[in-house]
Design a protein around this ligand. Structure first.
Ligand SMILES: Cc1ncc(COP(=O)(O)O)c(CN[C@@H]2CONC2=O)c1O
Length: 501
């Protein structure tokens, strides 16, 4: 019988309450302590607190907090794609697929959703089982087919890892590429802070290259060369170039010519290319700035570049899918050394496998209903409706920002964000200092307290010195968009008046 002393008998060391914890911020890994990730930093933390306060306090001046800090479409009520959820739900509850339930089931589910679930379960077994550490082979075959159809060049399922979101793939690749603190990675400024945070965690060296706001966040290879040469002069062992295309937070889409120059640069400078392409279907100017994958451009450049190493990342969190919480994505490894691939597999094995429902969504994202399938009309309508709405909202919000005093904003060619530039008065800058905040953080915090809208200051992504920006998604529901923009307009006018020089 297990010993169980009543509380009164237990000897509690009097020093227990005074003994410091074993684990404190002083004794934790310093690399963890130094990591910053603004997308879920001070502003969202305050926003969460206000959201809770709203439950009991109606005096805040707004009736809801609008989380524009994160590209999380379904948090702002974007509907999931029906076919995807039908298949996922059948995979989750295979009892429904039993013959005795078929007549009832056909009243609730289209035949192609039933067929897809049965096909997936044939390869998966149970969603509750560990899968292959690279991901289910059948799904990796479908991802390879998707890549081949997208690019017109072969893709090998063995070079594809399904991942727990693109984040996990990025982390693994950065980790395996980092030999020591001298390992240098070129990262864009502004950048999505997954990269700066991950590089901090592995103690690698961040080598920034600035995107040019005046050319709609253009990337000039000459700037890359300057950054690499400067880093090498300082003893940095340059390893890789990170490209986010379409850009986050900046929304630019690279031209094919620019991509060829980038690949040539990597080849000449012997840099591994990390291509983050999670927004590859969030393309709002397809006529002038269509999406090209780096895989496709690399293959089109022919034999001289056949040894250029490339890692490409994709995700189910973005596009019109927005299944962020399911944590699904893939990593394609191109021209990577066989033995390194074995090491990648070993690291993937340590985490056993990416979650299976996330893998199912990768299959559905890359292998959706096609013309002639029962679900195709509804699938097409849902995707097109979300796409057109995102496109309209991106323009509406950019127009709103460009109409505000002291604010300019490049259009979003892609992704889910706008990154407007703020010109702030001396008084506002002084007030920020008095509040121990960066000026753009002060502006964003003031916006949050006045409107309930949570955006992220430019300092969370990096920006040219003495410039101020913030990042907002354009995800608030379209029927609320006019009042959303109206609220921002009102706040901005009051803020500028309050701190007028
Ligand atoms: C450029 C980029 N890469 C990778 C990821 C990670 O995606 P997974 O969900 O697949 O891990 C994100 C997420 N976007 C973050 C999250 O929402 N807002 C952002 O800026 C991203 O914007």
């Amino acid at each position: 019988k297990p010993l169980c002393f009543p509380r009164s008998c237990r000897h509690v060391s009097t020093s227990a309450s005074t003994k410091t914890k074993v684990l404190t911020t002083e004794t934790m890994h310093p690399l963890v302590r130094q990591v910053e990730y603004a997308v879920r930093g001070a502003l969202p933390i305050r926003a969460e607190a206000l959201s809770k306060q709203l439950l009991s306090d109606k005096s805040l001046g707004f009736d809801r907090v609008v989380f524009c800090n994160i590209g999380n479409p379904q948090q702002l009520n974007q509907k999931p794609i029906t076919f995807f959820r039908q298949v996922a739900s059948l995979c989750e509850n295979p009892e429904l697929l039993k013959p005795e339930n078929r007549q009832t089931l056909l009243k609730l589910y289209p035949d192609d959703a039933i067929a897809r679930a049965e096909l997936l379960l044939k390869h998966i077994g149970s969603v509750g089982a560990y899968s292959h550490s690279k991901g289910i082979h059948h799904i990796r075959e479908n991802v390879a087919k998707f890549i081949e159809e997208r690019d017109g060049y072969p893709a090998d399922p063995e070079n594809i890892f399904l991942t727990q979101g693109a984040s996990a793939g990025v982390h693994t690749v950065v980790q395996i590429l980092t030999q020591n603190y001298k390992s240098g990675f070129l990262i864009p400024i502004p950048q999505y802070p997954l990269y700066s945070a991950t590089l901090s965690l592995v103690d690698a060296t961040q080598v920034p290259y600035y995107l040019n706001e005046s050319t709609n966040w253009g990337l000039d290879v000459k700037d890359l060369k300057k950054a690499v040469d400067g880093a090498r002069d300082n003893g940095v062992d340059m390893r890789a170039l990170v490209i986010i295309n379409p850009g986050n937070p900046t929304g630019q889409c690279l031209t094919e010519q620019n991509m060829r120059e980038i690949i040539e640069f990597c080849h000449n400078e012997r840099l591994v290319l990390l291509a983050d392409e999670v927004y590859q279907t969030n393309i709002y100017k397809p006529q002038t700035r269509p999406f090209h994958s780096f895989k496709q451009v690399l293959c089109s450049m022919g034999g001289d570049y056949k040894d250029q190493e490339l890692f490409s990342f994709h995700s189910i969190s973005k596009g019109m899918v927005g299944e962020c919480g399911r944590r699904g994505g893939y990593l394609e490894c191109v021209n990577i050394d066989e033995k390194v691939m074995d090491q990648l597999y070993k690291i993937a094995s340590v985490s056993l496998c990416p979650n299976v429902q996330g893998q199912i969504l990768v299959d559905l994202m890359t292998n959706p209903p096609t013309s002639g399938d029962s679900s195709y009309p509804q699938y097409r309508e849902e995707i097109d409706s979300i796409y057109q709405s995102l496109k309209r909202r991106s323009s509406k919000l950019a127009d709103c920002f460009n109409s505000l005093e002291g604010m300019t904003c490049n259009d979003a060619e892609g992704a889910m964000y706008l990154f407007p530039k703020l010109t702030l008065s001396e008084k506002a800058i002084e007030a920020a200092k008095a509040n121990a905040m960066a000026p753009d953080t002060f502006y964003c915090m003031s916006m949050l307290e006045a409107t309930g809208v949570c955006v992220i200051p430019g300092s969370g992504f990096g920006q040219q010195p003495n410039t101020f920006h913030f990042r907002s998604t354009f995800l608030p529901e379209e029927h609320l968009f006019d009042s959303f923009c109206g609220g921002l307009r009102k706040f901005h006018g009051e803020f500028m008046a309050k701190y007028k020089d």
